[in-house]
Design a protein around this ligand. Sequence first.
Ligand code: NCD
Length: 334
Amino acid sequence: MKHLLSTGDLDRADAIRILDTAAQMAATQDRAIKKLPTLRGRTVVNLFFEDSTRTRISFETAAKRLSADVINFSAKGSSVSKGESLKDTALTLQAMGADAVVVRHQASGAPHTLAHSGWTHGAVINAGDGTHQHPTQALLDAYTIRRHLVGTGGGTGTSGTGGLGQDLAGLHVAVVGDVLHSRVARSNVELLHTLGARVTLVAPPTLVPVGVEAWTADVSYHLDEVLLDGKPDAVMMLRVQRERMSTAGGGFFPSPLEYTRGYGLDARRLASLPEHTIVLHPGPMNRGLEISADAADSPRAVIVEQVANGVAVRMAVLYLLLAGEHTSVRVDGE
Ligand code: NCD
């Protein structure tokens, strides 16, 4: 059985294979008829215990573009709100013949439990678990960075080879904001490192996780310094995750205004960056908090493109896990 639970499970060859397959998938998406017959007759279940807009729609679109049958399950409005457990929910889905289960859960480790429980025989794809991992987000971020900054002869154009077959060696990525609560940051640090990029995490000390020394990234508390002296090729802004802060931000930073002053990306900070630098954000954005409207809407921001790339990347992951008998996306478990 093959699963995608964590970017830590991917070696360089696995990651490049997924990114290259995503590029092939993206090429099919310019056609008038976008649907491929690849997963006809297969069933993909989207099992979302936590809110999501982009990720859920993106997985649904990806599965449908590959002609799979899609069952969308969200905890709200289901028997989960009556207290049904992950186990019983999974057994129900198994009875419906799920070939893949895309799971988002508020508990870190829930996809791992599902993958190793025997409750489902399908491939398990982690679509975000607690503060732990969000591997397809990191893959779409890496895909977006590669498309812009590798094999294009520099600049922010999307022409050129888009880096097919290449990794991100030599690039510097700044990941800025609420690292503590961010599964996006964790997944990205691992994947970017695997792909050869250098990562600097930038956050107030209160939003840096304990044990960060063991991560494959540098840590700074000074955004202006990193932007000006570090000359990052990509700046990834993270959402301030107020729903994971028990006292509405009270314990983590003095006030939203002070957070923005210290760690928000605005037009002034944007102007201090090299010309080719791109700006990413996984969404949903808190405009005016971690990113100003003019930064979010600037030509350097590739935030909308990230969403489009997410479909191609998820098509690639579904394809490699469900159809690619001869692929070696990390075999997890058996
Ligand atoms: C992220 C998530 O849910 O982890 N968003 C996403 O998947 N597009 C990041 C976030 O919620 O801040």
